[in-house]
Ligand binder design. Sequence first.
Ligand code: ZN
Length: 87
Amino acid sequence: MITKKRFIAGAVCPACSEPDKLMMWSVDDVPHRECVACGYADTLNEQGNSVPSELGTRVNKPAPKVANPNVQVVQFFPNPKLKKPTE
Ligand SMILES: [Zn+2]
């Protein structure tokens, strides 16, 4: 799998309006665009419309929430049965 990214001559970034900063490549026949100037990225849907991607598309996977194994259950309630009358 070789992803060829190439600049789009004359293309203007829709976010920062910088010309010739947009790179384009395809992933699974889906055109992706990314601006090297401001980081704007989008994809094109079947209708050729721009679908903006979230910034940081490489790290937007939701991190699984894992319970902290170091947290121990603390018993807040004193056990009344342990209170032995000393009289
Ligand atoms: Zn830009």
